[in-house]
Design a protein around this ligand. Sequence first.
Ligand code: 5AD
Ligand code: SF4
Length: 443
Amino acid sequence: MSKSYHIETYGCQMNVADSELVSAMLQKAGYQETGNIEKADAIFVNTCAIREHAEDKVHSRLGFYNKIKEKKPSTIIGVLGCMAQNLKENILESKPYVDIVLGPDSYRKLPEMLNDRTAKSSHIVDTKLSRFEVYDNLFPSRAEGVNAWVSIMRGCDKFCTFCIVPFTRGRERSRSIDSIKNEVLLAVDNGFSEITLLGQNVNSYDYEGKKFHELLKEIAQIKNVKRIRYTSPHPKDMTLDVLSVMSSYDNICNYVHLPLQAGNNNVLRRMNRTYTKEEFIKLSNVIRDKLPGVGISTDIIVGFPGENEKEFYETLDVMNEVVFDSAFTFKYSSRPGTKAAEYDDHVPEKEKQRRLESVIKLQSEHTLIRNKKFINKVELVLVEKESKRSVHQWAGRTDSNKWVIFNKKSEKIGDIVPVYITSAHGITLQGKIQKIQEMELVS
Ligand code: 5AD
Ligand code: SF4
């Protein structure tokens, strides 16, 4: 009888893509995925180390796996990804029930390790980072849905002082255009309507001199790729070439994620973000100018060490200037091993919470302002899933990345349909399917 595995994923989309890779490798080695964690022969957790909160969730999950193992001692427990890289000693010492610890560049070894593990009984650990591993020519086993994540580069060389990623995922390296194209072709053949190109620093892609905009162009030209997104870019590497390719191809979504992090130049410098507030605002204006109707989202950290009240207000100033469509907002979380963790002027938790609340409040006003601009317009929406509110409604996204809820007619998941937007509440839009003749598309 074939063995079964269960895998859980925490953290970013990169981890979702990595779990799909791991699944493909396990299935090739004869393992079958199961949703029933208590029955699985092996349980894996793909982990995230970016904030303490993400780690806490995994620690508590591991406690639950241990309970399963107490009842069924043959269960193999594996910790994969960034926490494995970062906390291997801690995991091995405090959680002796963990059998396998594998960093993000060591997944190829998993099938062999599982074999070894059944033979021997000690822990198996591999957290060596590679300068080359990009998991080329390994096709991920994708979950169903409309979107296929395609990893185009791994690692990060930016070393923002708050961020653990350069330490857990190692140096930047890009995958060849040919191998990315093959994966996209396969995803399209398998019925995926949307392709999201992924990387920790997607726009610093460089394969033998081929840059990100050249890759983007080649992917856009592949037949039947209905929609292309990419995440996450770094503002410093955002070029006019990228914007020009985006405006030339209808299937590249009119959406840019542009992480601001903070609005004060002194804080930005201490974060090693390599741009100023003024440069960021200028860039967002250029993006809005070159890509009319574009959706711009951002990441914001409040309470970076040493950030005083006045400096924090400059984050709100930049938000008021740019009026982002949406934002992922975080309280600074000290990550041992990073440069910022050594700064001695940490902002008190209560203050961080207060700042976070003001950022969230301002952003919800801005999201509504941006969303209201869509009312009485027709948008092309990709039907992605049934709405949580009703079995009679779909949920889908505009190419500017806004969720729209609308009543079902005869369309199916994966179709792109014109939807007349009737209202905007919270972060979602409501609409109704438009007959083609009545279309007046938002440019
Ligand atoms: N604390 C809080 N937020 C962080 N991020 C990265 N590191 C930290 C940290 N130590 C946020 C950044 C990044 C996003 C993926 O996570 O905003 O863009
Ligand atoms: Fe972390 Fe900065 Fe690299 Fe993004 S660019 S992964 S925030 S170090």
